[in-house]
Write a protein that binds this ligand. Structure first.
Ligand code: HPA
Ligand code: ZN
Length: 334
């Protein structure tokens, strides 16, 4: 076997975790089409092929428009179950043994979908995943940052009734112009209620948004964070404190954060000693699940086996698994 085959083989066989996946972003065109018929929801596409060919994005906002339109077909508990179960089957295929998934209740509640249907559908599929496949998981509720504080406080209140199912809260949607400072009081309350916290920052937005996510929102992980290399002091802090950065290479290419995968800064981040790992973000929209992200990035950036091991270990270390489980998996990878 040559070196690349070796690496691909290792990627496929290694147990892995995923820390940055929006469950609504795993809605494949086939399921979108099926649900649009089942729920009699019109979508602006006549076929699965037409849906796929609409996935040409120029930036985050151009993607979000289509992503929220796609989410409109999700109505009943069964829909959220089916969505999550399809993702779990991909986890099994990719040998993901633990996943921490985001969901966006504020994109469903205004359409008349009850919070309990969303969370119960997702949770039932995740429980079945543990029972059938030994795949463990955590649920993180994201606030939509383009909406106002009040709407976010409303949904946080609902999440407080589901602390047995939701471990943390995050911040996603349109980044530029919606700085972390907008949500200072919200994150204070979320922490007081016992939720772990993460936030998307430095995907398209400036390094200042990463600083403020850490200093003002006091988050445990930064989602994306690729803009950090534009601020040396920030890089020093991220390295010193080993703050996890949940990087999503295929997403960054689809949303034109980098022009091509060969120019992605992941390898630079890794070589500096930043705690980065690879994730799929919205795999149904961005062209691939976790293994494809790992394999394509390895090819484009000429990653070696040590790099891959580091990425996979970083992901386990940065997960919200307990220390004993982390140790068990890390030992398996070594
Ligand atoms: N960035 C911000 N919000 C999102 C994303 C993303 O990559 N995916 C789904 N919501
Ligand atoms: Zn994301």
């Amino acid at each position: 076997m040559n070196n690349l085959d070796n690496i691909i083989d290792f990627i496929k066989k290694s147990p892995k975790t995923e820390l940055h996946i929006h469950i609504e972003g795993s809605l494949e065109p086939e399921l979108m089409f099926k649900l649009s018929k089942r729920n009699k929801i019109e979508i602006p596409f006549k076929s699965v092929e037409e849906i796929r060919s609409a996935y040409n994005f120029t930036n985050l906002d151009s993607f979000l428009k289509i992503y929220y339109e796609g989410s409109n077909v999700l109505i009943n508990e069964e829909d959220f179950f089916d969505l999550t179960w399809e993702y779990i089957l991909r986890c099994k295929q990719d040998n993901i043994v633990h996943t921490e998934i985001f969901f966006d209740p504020q994109s469903h509640i205004p359409r008349g979908v009850n919070f309990d249907k969303i969370i119960n559908g997702i949770d039932k599929a995740l429980k079945k995943a543990e029972k059938d496949f030994n795949i463990t998981s955590k649920i993180i509720m994201c606030f939509l940052r383009h909406l106002d504080e009040e709407s976010c406080f409303d949904v946080l209140k609902k999440a407080c009734n589901y602390k047995d199912k939701i471990v943390g809260v995050g911040l996603d949607s349109s980044e530029k112009g919606n700085p972390p400072t907008k949500f200072k009081r919200l994150f204070e309350l979320a922490m007081k209620e016992g939720f772990l916290t993460v936030a998307h920052a430095g995907e398209e937005g400036p390094p200042d948004y990463i600083w403020d996510s850490l200093n003002i929102l006091k988050v445990k992980r930064i989602d994306h964070g690729v803009q950090c290399l534009n601020d040396e002091k920030l890089v020093d802090k991220l390295i010193k404190e080993q703050i996890p950065l949940t990087v999503c290479p295929l997403s960054n290419i689809k949303l034109c954060v980098f022009d091509k995968l060969e120019n992605h800064n992941l390898k630079k981040m890794l070589d500096k000693g930043l705690r980065v790992m690879i994730n799929s973000d919205d795999p149904a929209y961005f062209g691939g699940y976790l293994n494809k992200n790992l394999i394509e990035t390895s090819k484009a950036l000429d990653l070696d086996l040590q790099d891959i091991k580091k990425l996979i270990k970083n992901s386990f270390k940065s997960s919200f698994l307990d220390e004993e489980k982390k140790k068990k998996w890390l030992k398996k990878i070594n």
